[in-house]
Design a protein around this ligand. Structure first.
Ligand code: NAP
Length: 305
């Protein structure tokens, strides 16, 4: 198991920290001494998760705050509250995500829901929190992507997938966007001489609520038993599944701009390793183009920070 270095005196924000890999990352970071702001869309769920973690680590410093990453006004309010407190932020973990709603859903800002939740919200959040990150000693941003990013493409002519919505392709697009963003943030940091590490991770195939809800978001037909059995055998528990993200977020050996994931069974399970970035996420021009579009859509730009 990956051993997290001591995190005392470090402040972290983890999005989607009430469930799955976000809750596990929070538990492990808090166990290593970090103060963690649990950024969740439902405060009650955040509080349950907080209590669960406190039952294991009674001295953990956990602060539950409301953040709906799919809502740009919520992102702004969350970031402004933190900025007003002026505490340097050591770590931002962009973990929250939704996968493949069967019908195309739209965020309050009018964006396709997966693009909004998985990419545009985290993009705006990261940029808004940059002043606090840059005030910290060795700040890091770890962003959760997915191995399905490899089959994704950024369709600028149909970014919001309002024509021909295919749930998994829209999901793959949003996760490819995460990977392009994490690497571009590393380049921007390098170009500007910031001591900020930005990298990405994926959890392989990890048994969380994302999979329980699956493509039906909890509604619809039950899976056949054989599918459930195969899924179980080719997947891993949340502890190992969170390790690539924790490695990206905390390892002294992790590299900026790198991508981490499990190394066995085609990357579905296993110990953390450095993962090859899919071809579609390798080019700086593509990442810059996407960054510019994200700035335009969110109204949050580097220059305004
Ligand atoms: N599990 C896998 O095999 C797998 C594979 C590849 C990538 N991932 C990625 O891993 C990340 C974590 O997912 P998970 O597997 O841990 O699933 P999960 O258990 O469903 O956790 C997802 C978390 O994101 C939160 N969330 C969703 N929409 C949000 C919003 N608008 N604002 C704030 N929080 C929101 C959820 O909150 P609620 O509880 O309120 O819904 C939940 O806390 C996601 O980015 C996902 O794409 C997972």
């Amino acid at each position: 198991m990956y051993d997290i270095p001591d995190q005392h005196d470090r402040l972290a924000v983890v999005t989607g920290s009430n469930s799955g890999t976000g809750k596990e990352a929070t538990r492990r970071l808090a166990g290593a001494g970090a103060q963690v702001i649990m950024a969740v869309r439902a405060l009650a769920k955040g509080e349950w998760a907080r209590q669960e973690i406190l039952s294991q680590f009674p001295d953990a410093h956990l602060d539950v705050r409301r953040l709906d990453v799919a809502d740009l006004s919520s992102v702004k309010a969350f970031a402004e509250a933190l900025l007003s407190e002026k505490r340097p932020l050591d770590l931002l973990v962009n973990n929250a995500g939704v996968m493949a709603p069967p019908q195309r859903l739209v965020s309050v800002d009018g964006f396709e829901l997966q693009l909004a939740t998985n990419f545009l919200g985290p993009f705006a959040l990261t940029l808004r929190l940059l002043p606090l990150l840059l005030a910290a000693k060795a700040p890091r941003v770890a962003t959760m992507s997915s191995s399905v990013a490899a089959i994704g493409s950024i369709r600028y002519q149909n970014l919001q997938r309002d024509r021909h919505y295919v749930p998994y392709f829209a999901y793959a697009q949003s996760k490819l966007a995460d990977l392009l963003f994490a690497q571009q943030l590393a380049r921007v940091a390098n170009q500007r001489g910031w001591d900020l590490m930005s990298n990405a991770a994926h959890p392989g195939f990890t048994r969380t609520n994302l999979l329980a809800a699956g493509a039906s978001l909890g509604r619809g037909r039950k899976r056949p038993d054989w599918v459930t059995r195969v899924m179980f055998l080719a997947s891993q528990g949340v502890e190992p599944g969170t390790e690539p993200l924790l490695y990206a977020a905390t390892s002294p050996d992790a590299l900026s701009g790198a991508y981490y994931g499990p190394d066995r069974l085609f990357g579905l399970v296993g110990p953390t390793t450095l993962v090859r970035v899919p071809r579609s996420a390798r080019h700086e021009n593509d990442a810059t183009r996407l960054w510019n579009v994200a700035e335009e859509l969110t109204g949050v730009t580097l220059e305004k920070i």
